[in-house]
Ligand binder design. Structure first.
Ligand code: 5GP
Length: 189
């Protein structure tokens, strides 16, 4: 998606450890108009799938997922990373290793909000090693729901997640795929 790629080139900052910082429009301040365009593009790609629910993970996926959900006309469920007292005791749960924080955590979704009738689209901001998507897809599987695919804003194509998930049969649609970002130079696939 051209507008997203241009924005990454304009405002993205490459950090040590293969991390792309996009705080000015995606991960801290959010450009909702751009998110809306991204949502429209996800809808264009997945419109035939009869999606009934969008599943993401807190926190950075939520804004994009909500704007996408407006186009699909479905609710968003976000997986929680902490077991808060007001989360239902009955949850689907999956382990995830965080690429950016290099630590393990669990994602949890109340059993109330995903069921076997659901056709689910996963949405996230970044795809690196695929850990977050694997955790979310495990939750979909536990619910007996149908996983229709994943919509990603930025895929780092030089990391293995996208390749592995596609090989496993998941439909992964990324709006911008970065082939390399060596020496602070971002190159798209
Ligand atoms: P994965 O689970 O695919 O290894 O990593 C994806 C998750 O890590 C995303 O949910 C995102 O929050 C975070 N992430 C991975 N790489 C980057 C990056 O280069 N920049 C930012 N801002 N987040 C990243």
């Amino acid at each position: 998606m051209q507008a997203l790629k241009e924005r990454i080139l304009r405002d993205g900052v490459v950090k040590p450890g293969n991390v792309l910082k996009v705080d000015s429009f995606l991960n801290h301040q959010m450009d909702v108009m751009l998110f809306d365009e991204m949502g429209a593009e996800f809808y264009r790609r997945f419109a035939q799938e009869n999606i009934t629910k969008i599943l993401t993970v807190e926190a950075s996926g939520i804004g994009i997922a909500c704007m996408a959900a407006r186009h699909f006309g479905v609710p968003v469920v976000f997986a929680k990373k902490t077991q808060t007292s007001n989360l239902d005791p009955e949850v689907y749960e999956a382990p995830v290793h965080s690429f950016t924080h290099n630590k393990d955590y669990k994602v949890r979704v109340s059993k109330k909000y995903l069921s076997a009738e659901d056709r689910v689209l996963l949405i996230d901001d970044f795809l690196a090693n695929g850990e977050a998507l694997r955790g979310l897809s495990s939750i979909v599987e536990q619910a007996g729901a149908t996983l229709c695919g994943a919509g990603i804003a930025v895929e780092k194509g030089f990391q293995d997640g996208g390749k592995q998930l596609r090989e496993s049969g998941m439909r992964v649609e990324s709006l911008a795929i970065i082939e390399s970002m060596d020496d602070n130079k971002i190159v798209f696939a």
